[in-house]
Each structure stands twice: as C-alpha cells, then as structure tokens.
Design a protein. Structure first.
Length: 618
C-alpha cells in the first residue's frame, strides 16, 4: 500500500478508536427545510423555484478550522480561486462561469462591497467563520430582490444570535501546520482563536465576540527563495437587541475587522504588503402587524486600504451607506408580497472625492397554491445618479407533485440582472469613463428536484446565461462597454441522502462552459463528495473528496493562456465531545494524499496539512 494512503487509513481508524463501544443513535426526524434568500420569506424548500444551498450551523461546526471561502468552495456551481493556497491569498469567486463582480455578498440583510476597489467585490478574507450562524447561497440572477452585482449568485450570511440564557460563552482555538506538498516540515504555522459572550436579559439580548487568526511559513509565490509571507486577521463584533413589544424589535451592531497580508509579485519574491481596515455599523428593525411586517436594514461601512508594492505605495478609502426598507404582507396564506425601496451611496477618494447613489424601488410576489403551483415574480426599477434608469425582472414558476413519501418538483426561471460600474471605472485616476452603462445579465434555467421524506433529495438543473455591455478597455486603456457578448451554460447536480441514522451523504457535480473570452480559472468539470458518519454518540467524522477539472490560467511572464491539469483532494475531519458535550476536540486533515497541483500559475498551493482544535461552550 502506498505511504500516502496509510495516512488516510490511520485517520479513519482514529475516529473509530475514540469510542469504547458504539451506541445506538436516536432516530432523527426529517423536518421540512426552510429557505429564505430567494423570496425574503421563510418558505419550505418545496415551494421555492430555486435550488437554494443552505449551510447550516451544524455543518459549520463540522468544518471547524476552515475559512469561509474553503467551505463555500465545496458547493455546486462555485469555484473560489485562492481558497486552496496560503491563507491571505487573493480570492476570486466564480459562480456559474461568471466573475467576482457578479457575486453579491450580504451580511445580516445588508449588501457589503468596497467602493474603492476596482470591481466592488467584497473581500472574503474579511470574514471570520467563528461568528457565522448560517450561509444561504442562491444562484442565478437575483437583482430583483438584491440589486446590483446579484447576477450569478448571492451569498447571504447570518451572524450568530444570542443565547436564551442570561450568560453563555464560547471559546474556540485551532493550531495547524502550513506546508506545501514537497516540504512536509510540520511546523505549526496556522493559529486561530475566537471567544464569544452572549445572552438574554428579559427583553434585552447581546452578543460580543472577538476572533483572530494568523498564518506563516509559506511564500505566496513559487520561487527558489521561498521566503515567508505572513497573514494576520483580527475581528471584533458587538450586537445589541431589544424587544420593545411582541411586534417591535430593534437591534444595532458594530464590527471592526483588520488584516495584514504580505504578498509577492508574479513569479518573484517582493516585499509587498497590504493592510485593510473595515469598520461597520448597522441597524435592523422589524414591526409586525396582522399578516404583515415592516423591515429596515441599514449599515454604514468604511474601508481603508494601505498597500505597498514594487510599483509604490497606495492608500485608498471607500465608504458606503445602504438602506433597505420593505413591507412584507401575506394574503390568504397564499400570496407572499414584498414592496420596498433600496438606497445605496458609494464614496471613494482618488485624486478627488467621488460618489454615486442608487435609489431602487422593487416589488416581488410569491404565490403558493393548494394544488402544487408556485410562482415567484418581481421587478426592480434601478435609478443611478450617473447613467440613469434600468429595469430588471424575474419570472420563476415551479410545480410540485406531492405524495405521502415526498415530492417531485419541476422548476424554471427567466431573470435579468445588472452590475453597476464601479467608482474606479467611472472616476478613477487611470482609464476612467463617466459615460459607462451598467453590465447586463440574462439567466435562463430549468430543472427537477426529487425528495423522499426518509432523507433523500436529488436535484438537477440546466442554466444558460448571457452577458452584455461588459466593461473592458479600448486601445488607450480607457474603460468602455464592449460590444462582444459572453455566453455561459452548464449543468448542476446535487445529492443529499441519509441512508442510515448515523450516515449522511452529500455530493454535487458541476459542468460549466463559458464562451466569448478566455474563461480563465473556471473548471469545466467539478465534483464534491462528503460522507458524514456518527461513530458513536460523542464522535463524528466527515470524509470529503473534491475533484477540480482542467481549466486555463494566464501566464503573465509570457502573456499566454496555459492549460492546468485536473487534481483531486481528500480531506478528513474527526471530532469527539467531552464534559457533557460542552467540550469538542477535533482534528482536521487537508489534502491527506499530499497531491501536488497548480491552482494559479506561479503561486503556492498547500500540501498535506493537519489542524488540531477545541471548542468549549460555557
């Protein structure tokens, strides 16, 4: 047997050895899963016309020691380049053959993006897994509900809620190796910690948490010197809520996240570093009346970035204000309606102070019938201070054939979306063009979902997406709306199955094809498989396999696109509970077979790595 495979066998046996004897597990009742992101209502999955991916708190607990990008990267239709490298690498989110600017990130109901960045992408390195309760991912055009950038996916993150107890606490700590496949030195180069205090005092509730993580031992670029490029991250969150009455609730929150990252230039060592400081304050309120409710989600965020590279030092400052005010009303328990207005103001400092604002009224209706028909339809009138007005809409019907054992759902969708030009593209110091129009996306999809009440769910869909008015450059490197169109299509298959009370299986396959440009870093085929097994009442293990197919990347030494070979990764997670289930100790094994591969030409990827940690609830 190969030495690499001995690692896997030993790890599997370790999980089994944690239990003196296996105990019978209580039967877990399969409840109807509720999804929110595609309608802003809590509706059963069978009434949703989309295949919304939900990452639950339980799943996050089984992936302790991983960053958010690594967790999301295991889901269908998504490729996050940089998630397999050194912590601190630049992360590119490609969903359904799109680019990062076509993915919108939402935290506690409010969109987040850096106005001073080139494409307004949200930097996933700012996220801390420790303070996240759940993640929902809705794929496809969703600008009707969420506005600009919601073209290929919306990543909707909900932070952790307070305990019902007066005082509760949590402490997490992880230490792990940070090494490449050809240098298995087992130095402990990764460290992360998180502490949280939360609770409820009568009508008042609170959450205060702090987290940090650091990474050292790896060079960003693959060079003979292999000098270390370090990364450090600190995040503090405070959330306070008050239930004024049965119908009215108000909460306020604040966040500060800082990270410092050392990085290299293409194919060579360089004393480059960046420091990012995000400050965020927000408010969320709801007032219920009869069969309706009023909601306000608002946040103000300040992003400061200080970068030093071989090209010099640059300091950027971006601010944005987002307000989303909407009314939800249910008519005859069948019509779920939303009427709202969204306000956005982006500011950034270049040679001069620049800004734009957006005012978008929108409406959406979900109809849930008694005979199987569901319909989700809506529209948004986008009003931009620079380019004027733009209309987007969605039509999303589905039909459910129900039985005593489960259901079969047929669904389809036709939706449009838009991506606003960034402040850099409109008013930046180099190549800006104030006459830019928004990028436009059209998405058509259709599929089927089959669910059996005893724990089996299988879905498959086809999508076809068209991009127009993409922003590129002319011969003078001035930003323009290019006339060429881009088409992307693909297939996504998902399986969730619990054949035994102690065993669950999750798998997905994605086929993606993009035409119209070089389609770099987008694999045509991608597979994920995860097996979760409850060894005994106090011990669980998860074994996962990830296959990333061939794709192209640009070699910036030769300015040519080169094919990258496919690769496979095998990971294992084992946890054991102690002290009346208040203490969990775990081992996380990444790339157990120590496969060597290239994710981005010229940059480092991680080989076999082990992480050890604990999670203590007080």
């Amino acid at each position: 047997m190969k030495k690499n495979h001995l690692w896997l066998c030993a790890a599997l046996l370790a999980g089994k050895g944690l239990c003196a004897q296996q105990q019978d597990s209580a039967h877990v009742q399969q409840l109807d899963e509720v999804v929110v992101s595609d309608s802003k209502f809590e509706l059963k999955r069978e009434n949703s016309g989309k295949t919304v991916i939900k990452i639950t708190a339980e799943e996050l607990e089984r992936k302790q020691g991983q960053i958010v990008a690594q967790i999301i990267n295991t889901k269908s239709g998504i490729e996050i380049t940089g998630s397999r490298g050194r912590d601190g690498d630049v992360l590119g989110v490609f969903a359904r053959g799109g680019r990062g600017r076509q993915v919108l990130v939402i935290i506690d109901g409010v969109r987040v993006s850096d106005p001073s960045s080139f494409s307004q992408e949200y930097d996933l390195r700012l996220l801390s897994t420790a303070n996240i309760e759940t993640i929902e991912i809705i794929k496809g055009a969703a600008s009707t509900l969420y506005g600009t950038n919601a073209a290929t996916a919306v990543i909707n993150i909900t932070t952790k809620k307070s305990s019902k107890e007066k005082l509760a606490g949590n402490f997490q700590s992880t230490v792990g190796t940070n090494q490449t496949a050809d240098d298995q030195n087992y130095n402990l180069g990764n460290l992360s910690n998180a502490v949280s205090l939360n609770g409820t005092l009568d009508k008042f509730d609170y959450v205060v948490d702090f987290s940090n993580r650091s990474s050292k031992g790896l060079s960003a670029a693959v060079t003979p010197e292999n000098e270390e490029d370090n990364f450090s991250h600190f995040s503090t969150n405070v959330k306070l809520g008050y239930q004024f009455s049965e119908n009215f609730r108000l909460s306020v929150y604040g966040n500060q996240t800082r990270y410092s990252n050392e990085f290299d230039a293409d194919f060579m060592e360089a004393p480059n570093r960046s420091r990012v400081d995000q400050k965020r304050a927000g408010v969320a309120s709801s007032f219920a009346y009869g069969k309706g409710s009023l909601h306000l989600n608002a946040a103000y965020t300040d992003y400061e970035t200080d970068s030093k590279s071989t090209y010099g030092e640059s300091i950027s400052d971006g601010k944005n204000l987002v307000l989303d005010f909407y009314n939800k009303y249910v008519i005859h328990d069948k019509w779920h309606t939303i009427l709202g207005v969204n306000y956005l103001k982006d500011e950034a400092t270049f040679s001069n102070d620049t800004d734009f604002n957006i005012v978008d009224p929108y409406a959406n209706v979900v109809y849930v019938s008694d005979f199987g028909l569901n319909l989700n339809v809506g529209g948004r009138w986008n009003n931009h201070s620079e380019y004027g007005s733009h209309f987007v809409y969605n039509l999303n019907p589905s039909y459910v054939f129900s039985s005593a054992n489960g259901y079969v759902k047929l669904f389809g969708s036709y939706a449009t979306s838009y991506i606003t030009p960034s402040l850099t593209q409109l008013f930046g110091d180099f190549g800006s063009n104030p006459d830019l129009e928004p990028e436009e996306n059209r998405t058509l999809e259709g599929g089927v979902e089959y669910k059996v009440n005893d724990g089996l769910r299988l879905s498959a869909l086809y999508f076809n997406r068209n991009e127009k008015n993409a922003i590129g450059y002319d011969q003078n490197f001035t930003s323009i709306n290019i006339s060429d169109e881009i088409d992307a299509n693909g297939v996504e298959v998902e399986l969730s199955w619990k054949p035994l009370d102690v065993l669950d299986i999750n798998a997905n396959y994605t086929f993606t094809e993009r035409k119209g440009d070089n389609a770099i870093r987008i694999p045509k085929h991608k597979v994920n498989l995860a097996l979760g097994y409850q060894v005994c009442e106090t011990t669980n293990l998860s074994l996962s396999y990830a296959y990333t197919g061939e794709r192209f990347d640009t070699n910036f030494m030769t300015f040519t696109d080169e094919p990258l070979e496919a690769f496979s990764l095998v990971n294992l997670y084992v946890e054991h509970q102690l002290l009346l289930n208040r203490l969990t100790v775990f081992v996380n094994g990444y790339n157990l077979l120590n496969e060597e591969y290239t994710e981005v030409i010229g940059f480092t990827t991680r080989g076999r790595n082990l992480a050890f940690g604990l999670n203590l609830n007080l």
